[in-house]
Design a binder for this molecule. Structure first.
Ligand code: IPM
Ligand code: MG
Length: 371
């Protein structure tokens, strides 16, 4: 298959982790004889530095021309004082809006070798497997907002059109139908008008999916249930802001936010990015966990029906975890792996798993992982 992929490394650890994901995609291309072409583009603080704009026209154009976008992270503390409309994060927010990316799919799974890394008890989280469908193109992120010139007030508006709710709800119901047939709508319908509209629309749409059981939870309760009983969730459907918060919270179940991948989907554009942020305090140290971005690239391949290839990435990731070839967020020992070691191992495993040995048997890899 020919795929043109726009790579937007962004800020902080973004360049390091996207480099590893590209390495892994190149390994897949080599092994399965595909032709993946990568085009880099600036976004976020990196784009403000060079072009004075977090989403330069050239970047948007490259994204529109591509079959898919691999995104790193945006955000830089040096721009913390900038107004919202000029901040690095606008690079991502405008991209989502310009490309009509209206749903962000964020799966949460547990990995047996990492089960003890989570602060939550093993018996609570074992076999957790749910997926968040986060509305991505509307809500309080994009509603009218303002701060008074004299700083005496500020507001953000949460605004939803029925059709914005419907299109993401259909996708979430379809996902539930192909999984364990449970859908939980998370909202705050006891307080917010928009949440009341969500409930009304989702109840109506549920009639088209009789095999799916529909549940409702208020966001405050959902935040708690996610920690005390995560196994009860299958598909969670929610608005933009609640989805942002719940997906970071849910990553605690896997053991590190460095494992949480995502796929942002629109009618004609597809973007794949890690859930975590730019981790600027550790940028450039070669210790950032590339797995979330590598797993996002597996979601990219899955999107183009390259199931075997996506599985090859996921098995290689499982193996790296099994062998403890993991960065410090998952590996507190002195033998933690570097960002580049993880990408290297996964790429080599995809190309020829028989020749990649356990690190204790593999002297060169063993050395490279010791600091
Ligand atoms: C995410 C991020 C973004 C968001 C930021 C960087 C604007 O937190 O993708 O979850 O809030 O959507
Ligand atoms: Mg977030």
């Amino acid at each position: 298959m020919n795929l043109n992929i726009a790579v937007l490394p962004g800020d902080g650890i973004g360049p390091e982790i996207t480099t590893q994901a590209v390495k892994v995609l190149n390994a897949v291309a080599q092994k399965y004889q595909h032709n993946f072409n990568f085009t880099n583009a600036l976004v976020g603080a990196a784009a403000i530095d060079k072009m004075g704009n977090p989403l330069p026209d050239e970047t948007l154009q490259k994204c529109k021309n591509a079959d898919a976008i691999l995104f790193g992270t945006v955000g830089d503390p040096k721009y913390d004082e900038l107004e919202i409309v000029n901040r690095p994060e606008q690079g991502l927010l405008r991209l989502r809006q310009s490309l009509g990316l209206y749903v962000d799919i964020r799966p949460i799974a547990t990995y047996l070798p990492l089960i003890h890394k989570s602060p939550i008890k093993e018996k609570v989280i074992k076999n957790t497997d749910f997926i968040i469908y986060r509305e991505l193109s509307s809500g309080i992120y994009y509603g009218d907002k303002k701060t008074a010139d004299d700083g005496s007030f500020a507001y953000d508006t949460c605004y939803y059109k029925a059709k914005e709710i419907d299109r993401v709800a259909h996708l979430a119901f379809k996902a539930a139908k192909s999984r364990r047939k449970k859908l939980t709508l998370v909202d705050k319908s006891n307080v917010l008008e928009t949440s009341r509209l969500w409930r009304k629309r989702v109840k109506k749409i549920a009639e088209e999916y009789p095999e799916v059981s529909l549940f409702f939870l208020h966001i405050d309760n959902a935040a708690m249930q996610l920690i005390i009983n995560p196994r009860k969730f299958d598909v969670i459907l929610t608005e933009n802001l609640f989805g942002d918060i719940l997906s970071d919270e849910a990553s605690v179940i896997s053991g590190s936010i460095g494992l949480s991948a995502s796929a942002s989907i629109g009618d004609n554009a597809f973007l794949f990015e890690p859930v975590h942020s730019s981790y600027p305090q550790h940028a450039g140290k070669n210790i950032a966990n590339p797995l979330a971005t590598i797993l996002s690239s597996a979601m990219l391949l899955e999107h183009f029906n390259l199931h075997e290839e996506a599985d090859a990435i996921r098995s290689a990731v499982d193996q790296s975890i099994e062998y403890n070839i993991t960065t410090p967020d998952l590996n507190a020992t002195k033998k933690f792996a570097r960002t580049t070691d993880v990408g290297e191992f996964i790429s080599e495993y995809i190309i020829d798993k028989k020749n990649v040995m356990h690190p204790t048997e593999n002297i060169s890899l063993g050395q490279s992982t010791i600091i």
